[in-house]
Write a protein that binds this ligand. Sequence first.
Ligand SMILES: C[S@@+](CC[C@H](N)C(=O)[O-])C[C@H]1O[C@@H](n2cnc3c(N)ncnc32)[C@H](O)[C@@H]1O
Ligand code: SF4
Length: 390
Amino acid sequence: MTQALALYIHWPFCLSKCPYCDFNSHVREKIDESLWRETLLKELNYFGQLTQGRSLKSVFFGGGTPSLMAPQTVATLLDQLSHYWQLQEDLEITLEANPTSIEADKFRDFKSAGVNRVSVGIQALNDQDLKFLGRTHGREDALKALAIAKNIFDRFSFDLIYARPQQTVKQWQEELKEALTLAQGHLSLYQLTIEQGTAFYTAHQRKDFAIPDDHLAADLYEATQEMMEKVGLPAYEISNHARLGQESRHNLAYWQGEDYVGVGPGAHGRLTLDHDRFAFKEIRAPEIWMKAVLEHEQGIDEKVKLSAEEVFTERLMMGLRLRKGIPQKELKNLAGGRDLNELFQNSALETLESENFIKLTENDLTLTSTGLQRLNAILTFLLKNLAPIF
Ligand SMILES: C[S@@+](CC[C@H](N)C(=O)[O-])C[C@H]1O[C@@H](n2cnc3c(N)ncnc32)[C@H](O)[C@@H]1O
Ligand code: SF4
């Protein structure tokens, strides 16, 4: 049986650009929303026909700021889904939202449109840090938006960014304690990263501010894990915490190496077509993407057939982000039936195990909590020692 699909739809616009953000998000004075609706529908139709008849497990409206879309646009897109796919009974439909009053007031209409989960970008619970992060909302807006979300949706999540300049472990613990009184089953907690090409990158290089050093960042991470575990919202992925059963099914699809369609500028997709796995990347610039879709039904920038080695590598890179790791059986299948100890040379697995970075349980390959904090270094080490089997 073909596996179920996840669908990502990208809305690339924001009211202002946050100084830390390197997502494909843009500020425009005017947006012709009906033209955008038509264009998204066109590309949805292209991918819908390509994958017709498969079952659909989740939809995620991401951005940018998709809560700036008219609920009617969201409804029109969702109304199309059953033309292409068999919708799973518990189809998860998430929309990312910013907590301004204009957007929170639309939550009910988004629900009527079919959205059943929102993920709100709160980022911080005090005005000073919100200002530093360049957010257009304040603490009161955040609290109001969360109260509205709680009232309307059975499932909602929110994002916080920690490891901010001068943040102490004690301050963060206090803030997280308050966040937990507002949360339901899911919280995303990201450490602030300084991304190239952002306003923060330049300011950070100019030494306008400093972020916590590795030592403090590790303490903040550990304090986070400890608190979240204690209240029954352990990390199921490096930055994502949930009560059992409340994990984001959509994001799990990425991390478990499943198929997903990406619609909209800059969206990525992974699709298995006739037994081959393809990586799709859409044109990133919104207006160029739009022109391409209007002319050719799709705005694909790259469609690449992945080699067996690339599929294996990607599975490793995504799967090790998860607390539960990767089933060894799956890695074995992807490596042509070879056992795990044949896949890596120079005793790489034994080394990582003796350093307490990985754990090999009877069925799975997982990272320990210390390992999760060093994910990139561990992946580099594993891939450097990948046996020449492909
Ligand atoms: C697509 S973005 C934001 C969605 C929405 N527009 C918002 O701002 O609330 C998803 C999340 O990534 C996180 N994020 C983005 N850039 C980050 C950075 N440089 N460091 C840490 N977290 C970041 C933020 O928490 C943000 O809410
Ligand atoms: S963090 Fe959200 S609101 Fe800010 S620029 Fe990025 S996508 Fe837009």
